[in-house]
Design a binder for this molecule. Structure first.
Ligand code: ATP
Ligand code: MG
Length: 356
């Protein structure tokens, strides 16, 4: 039936390298969704990363943060490149960290699904990855990455801290998502040796028992989870874990799908606001040549429709359109084909128009 029209503001932070190339295609897809379903999306471009440093001296200008704050969601490309190297005074990556902090985004979602047509691109056997549909939820603003760090003589210290509230809020995000999927939640920790992990396990157990009785929770130690992820990835539904374990497990999980160019991510806070970006970086080695795979950014736009705008049907349509484009042979170089970034975007837009 005819959907109720939704009005939304989306800040578009294309960034550096292939960021603008892949973001342009995701914007085309969002515009096609709006046209086909009668929604009104107001898109506002803003500078971030190296592009922002060159223009303003800051990786996250005030104006960009303000543009994000007056929006319902942020579509983000990628930042960084050789031009703003490790010795630079201001680094592009600070833009993303400041943005996550400034916007209160504490849960990072990385779904992994496998298109059978692309099974050959994965280093894992086709029968191992068949049916994979998992979602890793990583805590993004706490843990050892943000703890006190110091050197003392011949010793070095990194403090790992979590509060009950920090654990509870990210477990809630994950449990809510599990409830809308296969109702299976795997909490990952290292409770046999770490106190923060024992807290993590206690809080996860309590939150799920009290607030999500329909969700089945199990606990994995991070080492065994790392093994299971490549042995039996199809067994997982939603995985929730702390910052450092999540950093490592999400990179591991990303190889299941075959190309880093395919995978989306979302960073969420308490409300519906979110920041959506492909998991890959700015890929300076292929930037400016029309070679980049835009599917991960387009899939990120689908997540934006789902989580920030409440447009589940539209999100599913975009995901189906990407699958159709791939099935129709629109394969970029990373997928073993020779389709250009723009032609891949066109294939998705056309598939979308045939689906609605
Ligand atoms: P960062 O530190 O920002 O994560 P990185 O150098 O670790 O950057 P990427 O920029 O993601 O990683 O690039 C890793 C490799 O994957 C590069 O060879 C790059 O060309 C390739 N790659 C990344 N994204 C894509 C894409 N969308 N399409 C095709 N290839 C890609
Ligand atoms: Mg990287």
């Amino acid at each position: 039936g005819a959907p109720a029209p939704v009005k939304a503001r989306i800040a578009v932070l294309a960034g550096d390298g292939i960021g603008p190339e892949v973001t342009e295609q995701a914007v085309r897809v969002l515009e096609a969704v709006a046209a086909a379903r009668g929604h009104v999306f107001t898109l506002e471009d803003a500078l971030v990363g190296g592009a922002a440093i060159d223009a303003t001296g800051s990786a996250l200008p005030e104006e960009t943060l303000a543009a994000c704050r007056r929006s319902d969601a942020v579509l983000f490309g990628a930042i960084g490149g050789p031009k703003w190297g490790p010795s630079a005074k201001v680094r592009p990556e600070q833009g993303l960290l400041a943005l996550r902090k400034g916007l209160g985004l504490f849960a990072n979602l990385r779904p992994v699904t496998v298109n059978p047509r692309l099974a050959g691109a994965s280093p894992l056997k086709a029968e191992v990855i068949a049916g994979v549909d998992l979602l890793v939820v990583r805590e993004l603003t706490g843990g050892i990455y943000f703890g006190e760090k110091r050197r003392e003589g011949a010793s070095a210290f990194d403090a790992c801290t979590y509060t009950e509230d920090e654990v509870a809020r990210v477990v809630r995000v994950a449990a809510r998502l599990a409830r809308g999927r296969r109702r299976k939640l795997t909490s990952v920790d290292k409770a046999n040796v770490l106190e923060t992990s024992r807290l993590w396990r206690d809080v996860a157990t309590r939150v799920v028992k009290e607030e999500f009785p329909e969700v089945v929770l199990d606990h994995h130690l991070v080492d065994s989870c790392a093994m299971q992820l490549v042995r039996r990835p199809a067994d997982f539904d939603v995985v929730v874990t702390e910052n450092m374990f999540g950093d490592i497990l999400t990179d591991e999980a990303s190889v299941i799908a075959g190309s880093i160019g395919l995978l989306p991510s979302a960073s969420l806070g308490e409300g519906t606001f979110g920041l959506y970006e492909p998991i890959h970086g700015s890929a300076p080695d292929i930037a400016g040549r029309g070679l980049a795979d835009p599917y991960g950014t387009i899939a990120s736009a689908a997540m934006l429709l789902r989580h920030s705008l409440g447009l589940e049907r539209e999100a599913a349509l975009v995901e189906q359109a990407v699958a159709r484009a791939v099935d129709g042979g629109a394969l970029t170089a990373d997928l073993g084909g020779s389709t250009s970034t723009e032609a891949a975007g066109t294939a998705v837009v056309q598939a979308l128009e045939s689906l609605v």
